[in-house]
Design a protein around this ligand. Sequence first.
Ligand code: MIC
Ligand code: SF4
Length: 638
Amino acid sequence: MKLTITEKIIKDHIVTGELKKGTEIGLRIDQTLTQDSTGTMAYLQFEAMGIDKVKTKKSVAYIDHNMLQAGPENADDHLYIQTVAKKHGIYFSRPGNGICHQVHLERFGVPGDTLLGSDSHTPTCGGIGMLAIGAGGLDVAVAMAGGEYFITMPYIVKVELRGKLNPGVAAKDIILEVLNRAGVKGGLNKVFEYSGDGIKYLSVPERATITNMGAELGATTSIFPSDDITYQFLKAQKREEDYNELIADEGAVYDEEIVIDLEKLEPMVACPHSPDNVVPVSTLNDIKVNQVAIGSCTNSSYMDLMKVAEILDGKTVAEDISLVISPGSKQVLNMLAENGALSKLIAAGARILECGCGPCIGMGQAPSTDGVSLRTFNRNFKGRSGTTSADVYLVSPEVAAVSAITGYITNPIDHITSFNIEVPKEFKINDNLIVAPIKDGSDIDIIRGPNIQPFPKSDALGEEVMGKVLIKVGDDITTDHIMPSNAKLLPYRSNIPYLADYCFVPCDPEFPKRAKENGGGIIIGGFNYGQGSSREHAALAPLYLGIRVVIAKSFARIHKQNLINNGILPLVFENERDFDCIDLLDELVVEKASHQIEGNKVTIKNRTKKEEYSLLLDITERQRDMLVAGGLLNLMKS
Ligand code: MIC
Ligand code: SF4
């Protein structure tokens, strides 16, 4: 049988199920990663499993999101993660070392291996041919304990890249074009596999930009072949022993195909407030910019920032613009410092931030009221920048840097002829901020600050599940709506009771109060409910507020699993028009719930309207058992 790259890796890692598209499969996980805003919960859950040492080949805990220390909370959580890592055989990447995905690509990723990360942009390592998937913290905890990770055997989309990009057009424009064509709902249960003669012109960091932002398609993951370019990258990282060649078989069968002619591609921009709201930069007229932010796990590599330095060399940032730059890793920043590029950035007026997520997750640098922010990041959901009224545009580093000089969103094509930059033959290797695991951690005491509260637990499914509709929201609701993240809230990621008071506040500030007054209830949503991040908090905070059912037109992959893992029923309208029949505070009930969920349809009664609706429950036997037990941890205990 001729296989795609994805199928080859799955074949090597499948533990449960078979290579049949659309069916559930369980995969052996070689590596895991966590970061600090999902890590505390993931490790609390891992601790609850009572395992001494992680069972993966390599597990890494990164500190990169919660970097501002305006009070003791973040520092306390970092200490918890550091001690838990030492106790359980986990590598610890210290604050300052960089963004998890950038560092993992540089120092840990292995072509052909599987990686599960408690962050939705884990697919970044698909840039070196790894099957890298984002998941909720509990799933990552299970993988660290040696358990399988379950996905739907994905459909494979072949993305054929033809030809070569013109100067001024970037890898970012390729993924923006894919988003333009497939949209934020277009990737559900699919893997985007890149091929074509165009890939030989794309370096590993460029490939990683594409696989990283493939997360915005809602895809399971994205992947590039592992070829000579991958070998050269690993060699330059002094890791050539990790290289495995991995290419699709001639004649492998794909489920869909997208062809992009790179020579015809123009610089693109994702306009507010969705990553798939994409147009060519050339179609925008003179949009004045207030802030330019360069960085994030999508565009903070050495090559990205070298290009920015070359564009800014000898220039000054426009008077009304604040330019902030957050390098992806210590390796990147160190190399820029040594070769003088950092000096060019500083001289031009850039504000250099530490290596981490920073403004991408609203950790500082919120734009001004009604401000326009041009960012090289991957998400521009309303309010994510920390300023609800701001308009965020997503672009390549080239567009960002040129616009920082002109003050307006500017097409770089007219400003860039070529770059005088080489892919390094040797990166600067210095892993002194990575603490390697010790042989026996049994004597290590775990330090738990007062901010760390126990995570909420669900109960077994009752005979009758009922409640009032506490909120009704539209399509494409993101986890940033459900459980917002910013400089004020991120410090409380290990304190669900505190966070719950901000649940759904961007949609309806009264939601937490209403949920508490009614002793919990039901959420009604549209299509693609829960898109975006992997944060389990978007399930845990509703659980804490007594939510046992979410009814939507469709669900995003990671969020649906997070709901199930926490014992919350994800039901889908069989007839989408029923969405319109339900109003706020209607009283809904699922009678004989445990009997009803044995099938794939559930009837819910609207006691207020005296109506009933048929809902679909698209889950596997394994997920059904979780729902009956009241979540994965309960199931494991029983
Ligand atoms: C994000 O980009 O939204 C985050 C913050 O990295 C999240 C993880 C989180 O919420 O902690 C993600 O992408 O999964
Ligand atoms: Fe960090 Fe932003 Fe990447 Fe999320 S998307 S991991 S917040 S840089």
